[in-house]
Design a binder for this molecule. Structure first.
Ligand SMILES: [Zn+2]
Length: 260
């Protein structure tokens, strides 16, 4: 047996708690090794001295003191009002629900922050959809009613700022409709391009003739239609500039009714 193993077994050896082969091996080693023998002697004297120390006695009134303390504690418990059923339920649920409460609160907070961050985008989307809706609503024509200037202007909303809307009830609109409708008696197809100034109230005046019609009467009809009433809808309806200059191309088509 080596010194290390012997020293590990010494304490058990002194207490007589080792197997017989170990005891024999330790005995043999102690015979041969003076270092371990010295250690053994020191340990044995220490054990013997510890064994000589008398056991401390508990104070004589220990039992009475503990009993008194227990009686006082029990009396204090009895003095306390019995917690109500709700209190007991709350006390039972509190530690179990607290983690969920914090989790829910964090979720709500997160949702609020996310919504706040996305709100400008929602607002922009809503405005875009409202703009679309307005156009769709205003173009809902009633087939049984004549086209109103407001509805016609609204239907042309994207273009009206650059080109004014024709007043659907005006003389010019009636004239252009007459040119476009097939009339067997009018076999003279003709066209002209004129420049007109359009004013804020919708009235217009001829400014220049770019391409004169072959038939002079066509230009006269056009001018008299402009004088008769407001040829265009008011500027506010089109959201166009108060005064603008427009190029007006008029085509008198000749449609042979025998083709119908
Ligand atoms: Zn040894």
């Amino acid at each position: 047996m080596l010194c290390e193993e012997t020293r590990q077994s010494l304490s058990s050896y002194i207490d007589d708690c080792v197997t017989l082969p170990t005891r024999v091996a330790v005995d043999e080693h102690l015979d041969r090794c003076p270092v371990c023998r010295a250690e053994f002697a020191e340990l044995r004297s220490l054990t013997r001295n510890l064994g000589l120390i008398s056991r401390p006695l508990p104070p004589s009134d220990l039992v009475a003191t503990i009993n008194d303390a227990l009686i006082i504690e029990a009396a204090a418990r009895r003095q306390q009002p019995d917690p109500s059923f709700m209190n007991r339920v709350v006390r039972f649920l509190e530690p179990r629900l607290m983690p969920y409460t914090i989790g829910s609160f964090a979720s709500v907070l997160l949702f609020t922050m996310m919504f706040a961050a996305l709100r400008p985008h929602f607002v922009a989307l809503r405005e875009a959809s409202m703009q679309n809706t307005v156009i769709i609503v205003d173009t809902g024509f009633d087939l049984n009613q004549p086209v109103s200037p407001e509805a016609f202007a609204a239907s042309r909303a994207p273009f009206a700022a650059q080109s004014p809307s024709l007043n659907p009830g005006g003389a010019l609109a009636a004239l252009t409709r007459a040119y476009a409708s097939p009339r067997p008696s009018n076999r003279d197809s003709d066209d002209m391009i004129v420049v007109a100034d359009v004013f804020s109230n919708g009235s217009a005046s001829l400014a220049d003739v770019v391409q004169a019609p072959r038939n002079r009467r066509m230009l006269d009809e056009f001018e008299s239609a402009l004088r008769q009433d407001a040829a265009f809808v008011p500027a506010s309806m089109d959201r166009r500039p108060d005064t603008m200059r427009v190029v007006f191309a008029v085509q008198k088509v000749d449609v042979d009714d025998r083709n119908y």
